[in-house]
Ligand binder design. Structure first.
Ligand code: FAD
Length: 203
């Protein structure tokens, strides 16, 4: 995806952390520690970093982190054809076991207690898994809105500033690769899109 993004003539600055966004003369000035970029449109898609930057373009987007821990086993012969919510076997043969739902702020670490619980659950469901070695585990933060549904919104006070965030960035990839870019580039709000605006949390 990154390759074709660059082949289309786009520039990518992954090391630049955006600090401020100012809307002036119908143009956005995006300031990082070392550089200033200007643009006619800005899309905030920076996960838990969105809330702070969105306020600067007139949007209030409440988000919270929620940790999930995941275990990965060594590879083994194909045993599980269909994926389950908490247990899946990858094409390469590893089992992925997870995930927890923990309210621990910005801590993306792992705990023995949670890993034990996940492993026990997996072995209860599929006793064959008890003979496999665990090779990896990690914790990561979900990006959740108050109703856990996506926010797709354009700012009314700073037109051209968009917020795009969803906990299901992968599951909803067809939507994120189709309707959303057309909405941002062409400026036509798709029918029914209003319900994804963050103002639904004002009530
Ligand atoms: C345990 C777990 C299970 C999950 N399961 C699923 C699933 O089954 N299906 C699914 O679709 N999704 C799932 N997800 C969510 C998915 O993996 C994505 O994390 C999610 O969709 C959000 O993606 P994103 O690109 O919006 O945000 P992120 O992946 O968080 O990316 C945001 C990026 O913005 C950067 N950033 C932050 N602030 C700034 C700033 N000021 N300036 C510049 N850059 C900044 C961050 O460093 C980061 O690289 C799961 C996540 C977890 C943790």
């Amino acid at each position: 995806m990154l390759d074709s993004f660059k082949k289309s003539g786009n520039l990518h600055f992954p090391e630049q952390q955006v600090e401020t966004i100012i809307f002036r003369n119908n143009c956005f000035e995006v300031q990082t520690k070392s550089e200033r970029f200007s643009a006619k449109k800005v899309v905030l898609a920076c996960g838990l970093g969105i809330s702070k930057l969105a306020l600067q373009v007139g949007l209030e987007v409440p988000l919270r982190p929620q940790r999930g821990q995941i275990l990965v086993t060594e590879r083994t012969r194909p045993m599980l054809v269909q994926p389950f919510v908490t247990i899946r076997q990858t094409g390469e043969g590893s089992f992925m076991i997870g995930a927890s739902h923990e309210e621990v702020g910005l801590d993306s670490g792992t705990t023995t207690q949670e890993m034990r619980r996940l492993a026990q659950h997996a072995v209860n469901v599929f006793p064959q898994l008890s003979s496999l070695q665990l090779v990896r585990c990690w914790g990561a933060l979900r990006i959740l809105t108050p109703d856990t549904k996506p926010v797709y919104a354009e700012s009314a006070s700073c037109p051209g500033a968009f917020v795009v965030t969803s906990h299901s960035g992968i599951t909803l990839a067809p939507l994120h690769a189709g309707i959303i870019p057309r909405w941002i580039v062409e400026g036509k709000t798709p029918v029914g899109f209003e319900q994804f605006h963050s103002r639904r949390f004002d009530a």
